[in-house]
Write a protein that binds this ligand. Structure first.
Ligand code: CA
Ligand code: CA
Length: 178
């Protein structure tokens, strides 16, 4: 009766034959192996990590490529606009003489970009010329446009779409009246 009113005074000897309350009814703990991870687990973790890192790396490189391409397209676009304005100031009779001529694009080295001017007549309109300005340029070692060797002329094997003329995603077409 003394122990019931003051269980804190019980000794280990007094509890002999009873399972301690906190462990009573619990299954015996399973023995764990000493090693932390198996080889298969480590390999799986490493391959998931490598896969994730590759994804991040590819995204990072792509961002740089697109960023450079966007910058180059902007520079080419303003160079084409400037050339178009220059051509508009040319006298109408001199326009045909510009057909097939090439020019260097501002902001690019001469070996890294080339502009080509194409002047054609419009059937039925003697007072109107169609001027097409095409720019081919190098962006991150890749040439944009059909002029692969950037020499200003359509060489054998360069006409990717087989239409017999120079093409590029960067071009301006304008009509100039007499
Ligand atoms: Ca060429
Ligand atoms: Ca072509």
């Amino acid at each position: 009766m003394v122990y019931q009113s003051n269980p804190g005074n019980m000794t280990r000897k007094d509890m002999a034959g009873f399972a301690p309350l906190e462990t009573a009814g619990q299954p015996e703990k399973r023995k764990r192996p000493l090693s932390g991870f198996t080889l298969a687990e480590v390999l799986l973790a490493v391959s998931i990590l490598a896969f994730g890192l590759c994804g991040i790396l590819v995204t990072y490189i792509s961002m740089h490529i697109f960023s450079d391409l966007s910058r180059d397209f902007t520079a080419v676009s303003s160079a084409l606009q400037a050339k178009a304005e220059e051509i508009k100031r040319t006298t109408f009779s001199a326009l045909s003489g510009l057909n097939g001529t090439t020019f260097d694009l501002g902001g690019f080295g001469a070996a890294n970009a080339k502009g080509i001017i194409e002047v054609t007549d419009i059937e039925g309109y003697t007072d109107l010329k169609r001027v097409r300005i095409i720019a081919c340029f190098k962006s991150r070692a890749r040439v944009i446009g059909e002029d692969a060797n950037l020499n200003g002329s359509l060489d054998i094997g360069e006409d990717a779409n087989n239409n017999g003329r120079m093409d590029s995603p960067a071009e301006i077409i304008t009509l100039i009246a007499k």
